[in-house]
Design a protein around this ligand. Structure first.
Ligand SMILES: [Zn+2]
Ligand SMILES: [Zn+2]
Length: 206
């Protein structure tokens, strides 16, 4: 656990001094005593979204590279780097409601891939294209770290329970929801079981 630290490259919009970033929860705050924004916390992705610069992590394929790694569309890019542990909240919500791919941001086909735990919880709850699944599971450092057994499952929207409700009944949620899979046929539909290490950090990395 690290203490919040000044994030060079992401100044406060009010006082222009660096925001403090708490890597543990992904939130930033201005700590300048005289600033009108002092103490106003927000997620890193929201602070980055308020900048006027061109989107450094647009939807599309192939994915942009930062630090030699392909960057998923739902990864927060701020202060010149990709924060693989932190999810872009609005984008993840849009992936869920619009049936968009979390890796490339483009529309998914009828059948899409999700990564699920043994209990049926979807890890980083949004779908992926086949090409994007391969990229995420082969290149994502967090999905290759230590953890428990995860499975890649190909699903339709009808299999998704989003925030406790069937996908088709979910209307304009304010934020993204946890996903689980309907039914108990995981072993039948599991095409490519694979062993990966899952830590909480993996949530930010497809
Ligand atoms: Zn400030
Ligand atoms: Zn994709």
């Amino acid at each position: 656990m690290t203490a919040p630290r000044a994030l060079d490259g992401l100044p406060c919009l009010e006082c222009a001094r660096p925001l403090l970033f708490d890597e543990a929860n992904g939130w930033v705050v201005c700590a300048t005593a005289q600033c009108v924004a002092m103490g106003m916390e927000m997620p890193l992705w929201r602070a980055a979204r308020r900048r006027d610069a061109a989107d450094p992590n647009p939807a599309g394929w192939p994915r942009p590279l930062l630090g030699g790694l392909p960057v998923p569309w739902i990864t927060v890019v701020a202060a010149g780097r990709a924060w693989f542990r932190h999810l872009h909240g609005d984008r993840l919500r849009d992936c869920q409601t619009g049936w968009l791919c979390q890796v490339c941001g483009e529309l998914l086909p009828e059948l899409a891939w999700v990564v699920v735990t043994e209990e049926g919880h979807v890890v980083t709850p949004a779908g992926m294209h086949q090409r994007c699944r391969v990229l995420a599971t082969s290149r994502c450092p967090h999905l290759q770290a230590a953890g428990r057994r995860l499975r890649d499952v190909e699903v339709t929207r009808e299999r998704i329970i989003s925030g406790g409700r069937p996908w088709a009944q979910v209307r304009s949620p304010v934020s993204w929801q946890d996903w689980t899979l309907l039914g108990d046929k995981l072993t039948l539909s599991t095409v490519n079981a694979h062993m990966v290490i899952h830590s909480p950090a993996a949530r930010g990395c497809g």
